[in-house]
Design a protein around this ligand. Structure first.
Ligand code: AP5
Length: 196
């Protein structure tokens, strides 16, 4: 076991800024960012077996099955030494959280911090719809799930399946809430207050 391990788990609804903040923290603290959304979108783009399964579910705003995600994370953590990682988009269900607890225990890498980004529902929808619009305006293909209808579906799925994880991590003393409103710089400063 190494003392240089660090495990940060970003929690928060779709559009809260997990990806934005995780990328900066990863760069500034030499951590590996594991964004399951980005990894899955890459599989969809390459048409892999996982991508073919995940694509329609993502487009509908639904979760991809737990066993596929757990296998993916197990692969990424294998041989990581030290374990310096930020999870962005994982875990998203109780089964994923329990599997991650076991994996981290095997690796001797306890959770260091779990920032929970809080942003009002309508602001979340506006950010996601705006990201879709921006992509079109710049001639890029928008994410298949960046429209109002799917964003609302993703919010619902978050409430039902991911929000219960707040308790999972609060019980273990790792969780702290972060106001996700304001500029990305302001939000980042708030996050840093809980990551040691
Ligand atoms: P994923 O890619 O994880 O989507 P998400 O959680 O819905 O996250 P988003 O990328 O929409 O939001 P974010 O919180 O990262 O915010 P961001 O920084 O991008 O997952 C997509 C799909 O993949 C899922 O629906 C599911 O199907 C599947 N999937 C992924 N993981 C899975 C798992 N573990 N199990 C099962 N299925 C899984 O910011 C959003 C926007 O706001 C950006 O445009 C950004 O520029 C802007 N913004 C950020 N911060 C601010 C700020 N402070 N002020 C103003 N705008 C801001």
């Amino acid at each position: 076991m190494t003392h240089n391990n660090k495990v940060v788990i970003f929690l928060g609804p779709p559009g809260a800024g997990k990806g934005t903040q995780a990328a900066r923290l990863a760069q500034e603290q030499s951590l590996v960012q594991l964004s399951t959304g980005d990894i899955l979108r890459d599989h969809v783009a390459r048409g892999t077996e996982l991508g073919l399964k995940a694509g329609p579910l993502m487009e509908a705003g639904q979760l991809v099955p737990d066993d596929l995600l757990i296998a993916l994370i197990r692969d990424r953590l294998a041989d990581m030494e030290p374990v310096r990682v930020i999870f962005d988009g994982f875990p998203r269900t109780q089964a994923q959280a329990e599997a991650l607890d076991l994996l981290l225990e095997e690796l001797g890498a306890p959770v260091s911090a779990v920032p929970l980004l809080e942003v009002p529902d309508q602001v979340l929808i506006d950010r996601i719809v705006e990201r879709g619009r921006q992509a079109v305006a710049e001639g890029r293909a928008p994410r298949a799930d960046d429209n109002e209808e799917t964003a609302r579906k993703r919010q619902l799925v978050y409430r039902e399946q991911t929000q219960p994880l707040i308790d999972h991590y609060a019980r273990r003393g790792h969780l702290y809430t972060v106001d996700g409103l304001g500029t990305p710089d302001e939000v980042y400063e708030r996050i840093l207050s809980g990551v040691h």
